[in-house]
Design a protein around this ligand. Structure first.
Ligand code: GLA
Length: 407
C-alpha cells in the first residue's frame, strides 16, 4: 500500500510539470516582435519606443498584447553559473527593468531563445539549461517565449519542446509558448499539447510573391518566402488550430516593403487564417495606411472570432482567390484577392457558389439563407445582399473583405 501511495505521489509530482499553461491564447496571440525589422540589432530603447507607441496609438484597445524581443539580446557566452546574460550595451537597465516598463504600459513582455546549443544568430541556446533558463525568464517577468530550432543536431523536436514547456510550467510564471521549428517535424500533430502556437513554415520575407534564397550556393542555403507562397505551403492543417493552439505562418511584414493593397491583403489573409498577428514593422515610422490596417478592429474581429476556426481558400482561378472563414453567430468572412497586375471586375454569384465547410460542418448557401454584406476595409454595408450576384472592382493585389450576417 505504502509503495502504491508513493508511486502515485511520484506520478503526480512528475505530471505536475507536464503541461502547458492553459487558458492562454484562446484567440490568436497579437503583438509585436523585433526580428522582421531589427534582426540582431535590437536594444532597450527600441522596445520602449514600441511600448510607448502601442499605448499612445490604442493598440491595446485593438487587441495587441505582447511585445517580444527576438534573437540577439544576450551576451555570446553564459556566465560562470551557466546563466544567460542580457547584453549590457543593448540593455543597460537589464531585462527586469525593461519587462517592468512594458508591463507599466499595460502590455506583456516576450523573449526568444532556441532549443539547440545556439540560437540562429549564434547566441547561447537553451539546450541543457531549460529549467535554469525558465527560472531566469520568470525572474525577468517574461510572459511569452519564442523558441527556435537552430543547432539542434539530432534532437527530437516533440521531446525538446516538451522539456522547455515543463521547465516553464515548473518555474511557475504563466508564459505563452511559441514554437518555432518551421513546420519541419509536423508540429501541428504534437504541438497543441506543448505550445500555444507553432510556426508552419520557414521564415517570411518581405514581398508579396517571391522566394528569397539566403546563403545561395553554400551548404547552409535556405529559403524565405513572400506572403502569397507562405500561405500555400501547408495543406490540410487547419483542423489542428483552435482556441489555445494556433498555426503560425510567421510574423507580419505590413508597413515594411509592400504597397498598401498588398499590406491590406496580407493582414486580411492572416485574419482569415486565424493566424497570430505579430507586427514586425518599425512603428516609429509607420504611415497612416499602416495604422489604418493594423488598427482595423473589424478585420481583427475576423481573426479573433471566438469559434477559432481557421479559414481556407475556397477557389482560385483566373487570378482571383477566394478565402472563407466561418464565424460565430452563423456569420462568415469572405475575402476576394486580385492576384493580377491590373484592376479586376468581378462577378460572384452567391447562389451558384455553395460553400461547404466540412470542418465547421456548415454551408454558406444563399439559396436557403439571405445574408447582408459589410465591407470591412471601407467600413460600410453594401446595398445588395446575397440575393443578387456581387459585382465589384478590386485593385491589383488588393482584397475585398466582407462579413456576411444573416438578414
Ligand atoms: C529563425 C526564426 C526567425 C528569427 C530568427 C532569429 O530564422 O525562424 O523568426 O527568430 O531565427 O535568428
Amino acid at each position: 500500500m505504502r509503495k502504491l501511495l508513493l508511486g502515485l505521489a511520484c506520478c503526480l509530482v512528475l505530471n505536475a510539470g507536464a503541461q502547458k499553461f492553459e487558458n492562454l491564447a484562446q484567440t490568436p496571440p497579437m503583438g509585436w516582435n523585433s526580428w522582421n525589422t531589427f534582426a540582431l540589432d535590437i536594444n532597450e530603447q527600441v522596445v520602449k519606443d514600441m511600448a510607448d507607441l502601442f499605448a499612445k496609438n490604442g493598440l491595446k484597445e485593438a487587441g495587441y498584447e505582447y511585445i517580444v524581443i527576438d534573437d540577439g539580446w544576450s551576451l555570446k557566452e553564459r556566465d560562470k553559473n551557466g546563466n544567460l546574460v542580457p547584453d549590457p550595451k543593448k540593455f543597460p537597465s537589464g531585462m527586469k527593468a525593461l519587462a517592468d516598463y512594458v508591463h507599466s504600459k499595460g502590455f506583456k513582455f516576450g523573449i526568444y531563445n532556441c532549443a539547440g546549443s545556439h540560437t540562429c544568430g549564434g547566441y547561447p541556446g537553451g539546450r541543457g539549461h531549460e529549467y535554469q533558463d525558465a527560472l531566469l525568464y520568470a525572474s525577468f517577468g517574461v510572459d511569452f517565449l519564442k523558441y527556435d530550432w537552430c543547432s539542434t543536431g539530432k534532437l527530437y523536436a516533440p521531446e525538446a519542446y516538451a522539456t522547455m514547456r515543463d521547465a516553464l510550467h515548473t518555474a511557475g510564471r504563466e508564459v505563452l509558448f511559441s514554437i518555432c521549428e518551421w513546420g519541419d517535424n509536423d508540429p501541428w500533430s504534437w504541438a497543441p499539447e506543448t505550445g500555444h502556437m507553432w510556426r508552419t513554415t520557414g521564415d517570411i520575407y518581405c514581398c508579396w510573391d517571391c522566394e528569397y534564397i539566403r546563403d545561395k550556393g553554400l551548404p547552409t542555403q535556405w529559403s524565405a518566402w513572400g506572403v502569397w507562397p507562405i500561405l500555400h505551403m501547408r495543406k490540410d492543417i487547419r483542423k489542428y488550430a483552435g482556441p489555445g493552439h494556433w498555426n503560425d505562418p510567421d510574423m507580419l511584414e505590413i508597413g515594411k516593403c509592400m504597397n498598401a493593397a498588398e499590406d491590406r491583403s496580407h493582414f486580411a489573409l492572416w485574419c482569415l487564417s486565424a493566424a497570430p498577428l505579430i507586427l514586425g514593422n518599425d512603428l516609429r515610422t509607420a504611415n497612416q495606411d499602416t495604422w489604418d490596417i493594423i488598427k482595423n478592429t473589424e478585420v481583427i474581429a475576423i481573426d479573433q472570432d471566438k469559434l477559432g476556426i481557421q479559414g481556407f481558400e475556397y477557389s482560385c482561378s483566373d487570378s482571383l482567390s477566394v478565402w472563407v472563414k466561418p464565424l460565430e453567430g452563423g456569420d462568415w468572412a469572405i475575402g476576394f484577392v486580385n492576384l493580377s497586375q491590373k484592376t479586376k471586375n468581378i462577378v460572384f454569384d452567391w447562389k451558384t457558389n455553395i460553400i461547404n465547410d466540412d470542418l465547421a460542418k456548415r454551408t454558406l448557401d444563399a439559396n436557403t439563407t439571405e445574408y447582408k454584406l459589410r465591407d470591412l476595409y471601407q467600413h460600410k454595408d453594401l446595398k445588395s445582399t446575397t440575393k443578387k450576384p456581387l459585382v465589384a472592382n478590386i485593385g491589383s493585389h488588393d482584397i475585398l473583405l466582407l462579413r456576411l450576417s444573416k438578414k
